[in-house]
Design a protein around this ligand. Sequence first.
Ligand code: PA5
Length: 496
Amino acid sequence: MIQNVKLDFKHSKLTEKDFMQYAEEVAEAHDELHKKSKDKKEPLGWIDLPTKYDKKELEKLKKAAKKIQSDSEVLLVIGIGGSYLGARAVIEALTHTFYNYLPKEQRKTPQILYVGNNLSPNYINDIIDLIGNRDLSINVISKSGTTTEPAIAFRIFRELLENKYGLKEAKKRIYVTTDKKDGALKQIADQEDYTTFVIPSNIGGRYSVLTPVGLLPIATAGIDIDKLLEGARFAEEKYLDKNLKYNDCYKYAVIRNMLYKNQKGVEILVSYEPKLHYIIEWWKQLFGESEGKGGKGIYPTGAEFTTDLHSLGQYIQEGRRFLFETTINIKESATDIKINQDEDNLDELNYLTNKGLDEINKKAMEGVIKAHEDGDVPNLIITMDKLNEYNLGHLIYFFELACAMSGTLLGVNPFNQPGVEKYKSNMFELLGKPQKIKESSKKESRTKKENKSTKEDKTKKESKSSKEKEINKENKVKEEKVKATKRKTSKGKHAE
Ligand code: PA5
C-alpha cells in the first residue's frame, strides 16, 4: 500500500511491544467511534465525510469560488477557531509562501485576508486600509452563528460592503457558511437572501476543515479541493483497519498517551517548513480543545525550526523534562537552491558546495532529533513524501482521527469544549450584555432593517402602486360610464 504519510517511532523511546498492549482497547474504541458515527446526533460526521460529502453542495461551492475569483481582488474570511484555522492552514501550506504579497497578475486568484479572529481595532482598521478601493467579497463562517468576534467583524464589513456597492450588489458578494437552521447568522442570511453553505450539524468546528467551512476559501485560493478530499478519502479507508500493528494513526494516538503517562505533558509539533505554520496552529486547536478538560490532557504547542532553535532550542534541550516532539518531515521539497563555490570562502561555507539547501535543512532536522532524543525529549516523526493537496488531505484526516482516538483513550470527550464558555460569560457580564433579547424588540429591529434595506424597492413599489391606483381609478370611471350608458339604453328600451 502507498505510504504517502507515515509515522516513525524509532526515536520515541517506545517499542512496538510497549504500545501493542493497547491493541484491544484501540480496537474497541475504533468500533465504538464508527458505531456512534452512524447516529446523526453524534458529533462524528467527519469520520466518513471524505466518502460521504454532499456532492451538490460541493458543486455549488466551486461555482461560488469561480464567481469570487472573477469579481473580487480580495476574499475576506470572517471566522474564529475551527471556523478559520483549517482554511488558513491549507491555503498557507499549498500556495506561495508570500501569496498575499504577490502582484495580482502572478497570484491570479484573490488575496485571502482573515478577520473576526480577534478583537483588535488596529487589526481591523489596518485590513480596511489594505483592502482600499479593491473589489471585495466576504465569506462569514460560524457554526453557532453567535460567536462575538466574527459577528462584530461581519457587522463592520457588511456595512462597508453595502456602502461601497449598494444593497443589491453587496448581497451578491456575501457568502454565509453556517448551520442548516439555527443561529443569528442563519436568520440574517435568510432575511437578506445571501448565498449560504451548510456546516453539517454532526461536525464540530475543529473537525470541519473538509466541509464548506474550509473548502470555499481554499477553492477560492485556486487549490484543488477534489485532490484534498481524495487524499482524505484514502486516509479514511486506510485507517479503517483497527489492528494497531498496521494503523499509524492509532499508533500516534497510543504513543502520545503512553508518553503522557510517562510525565511528558507537553507535545511540540515541529516543522522545518514555514508553510506549515498554520497547520501547527490548526493542530494546536484540534488537540487542545479536544483533550484539555477534566484536569487532563497533553498541552499542545508548536515550534518552527530552525528559527525557534535560536529561541526555544535551549529550553527544549536542557530545560524541564516534560516535553516530547512530533516532527513533520516533508521528504521532497518542491523547490531547491544549490550552494555555489566561493573563491574567497571567507564565510567558510565551501564545504557545502553543490549541496541543495533542502539537504542542509534535512541534516539540521536529523541533528536536532538526535540531540533532543539524547536530551530525553522523545521524538515521533510524521513523514509526507510531498507537500501537496492529496497528502495534506491525508494528514488532516490522520490528525482528526488520531485526536478522536487519543481523547477516547485519555477518557475525555474529544468533541466538546465547555471551558471556552468561561471567558465569554465574564466578558458579556463586563460589557453589560442583556440576558436575553426580547422577541418583540428583535422583530422591531428586523423590521427597521427591512425598511431601510428595501427603501429603494419601496419607493419603486409606491410609485408603481400609485400608478396602479390611477389606472384603476381611470378604469372605474370608464366602467361607470359604460354602466351609465347601458342603464340609459335599457331605460330607453323600457320607455319604448
Ligand atoms: O472547535 C470549535 O468548536 C470551536 O473552536 C469553534 O470553531 C469556534 O469557537 C468558533 O465557533 P463558531 O463556528 O460557532 O463561530
